[in-house]
Design a protein around this ligand. Structure first.
Ligand code: PLP
Length: 254
């Protein structure tokens, strides 16, 4: 195929896949007595070429998420002509990349330690700015995943709530992958339980309206368990070249 034909095919595939995902969201909502407009769809765009991302934007999508600061740095200017789109940062964030990520992101889903909160606060204070954040919780207790343990989440949020530059809007988790559906469901239930605990504590400046949970393989279950934001990549853009632990298992970078 020549490049033009290939691009046209990519565009059609992405737009067909999007219709399919939107339909799956609708069905999951119907099954659990929810409304599709309660669920915000974030497109996970790691490794996805611009043409495919543009196809999704043309189809009306507005929320994109990146895992790595470097990739966000490259994509942001190239897709900037779409002025209505919004980027969230969903990957592991090192403190030395904080300044850079704040240039592009409107929300950070992956705050999982006080040191990172402190680094964000320091930079935001310098800029006289604020940022919406979610706290990432490791609900599957897998070594390979980032996130604060469910037991330590409330204490972390209490500490973070002191930083007035951080709007703590909710929680994020990655459910157990390649697991039995019930195991994944338990991860999402646990996040919901932690959310309830935090709400009960009634911390000033902390709202817990967002639950960012559910990906291509498990977003229906996440919706049934109360997700308000789902992060979907491969169901829309096709399979990625690298396995996911390439993005998540970066303990050396910690
Ligand atoms: C890649 C990624 C997703 C989307 O994963 P898919 O299985 O491709 O839908 C969601 N959340 C995070 C944090 C990711 O890195």
């Amino acid at each position: 195929m020549d490049t033009h034909t290939e691009e046209a095919k990519d565009t059609k595939d992405v737009q067909d896949n999007l219709k399919d995902v939107r339909n799956r969201i609708q069905l999951a909502c119907e099954a659990s007595g929810r409304k599709a407009k309660e669920i915000r769809l974030l497109l996970a765009t790691k490794t996805v070429p611009d043409t495919k991302i543009s196809a999704a934007i043309q189809a009306g999508e507005t929320l994109l998420g990146e895992n790595k600061v470097q990739e966000l740095q490259h994509k942001y200017p190239r897709l900037r002509q779409h002025s209505h789109i919004e980027w969230h940062f969903i990957g592991h964030l090192q403190t030395n990349k904080v300044k850079e990520v704040l240039k592009y992101a409107t929300m950070i889903h992956s705050v999982d330690r006080l040191k990172l909160g402190q680094a964000l606060h320091n930079q935001l204070t310098k800029e006289n700015n604020k940022m919406d954040i979610l706290v990432q919780v490791n609900t599957s207790y897998e070594e390979s995943k980032f996130g604060v343990s469910p037991e330590d989440t409330l204490a972390l949020i209490e500490s973070l709530s002191i930083f007035e530059t951080l709007n703590i809007k909710g929680l994020m988790t990655i459910g157990k992958l390649n697991a039995k559906q019930e195991e994944t469901r338990n991860c999402f239930r646990l996040l919901k339980k932690v959310q309830k605990q935090v709400i009960e504590r009634g911390l000033p400046g902390v709202t817990m309206n967002i639950l960012s949970m559910g990906m291509s393989g498990d977003f229906e279950v996440a919706i049934e368990e109360g997700a308000t934001m789902i992060r979907v990549g491969s169901s829309i853009f096709g399979e990625r070249m690298y396995p996911d632990h390439y993005y998540w298992n970066e303990h050396s970078a910690r």
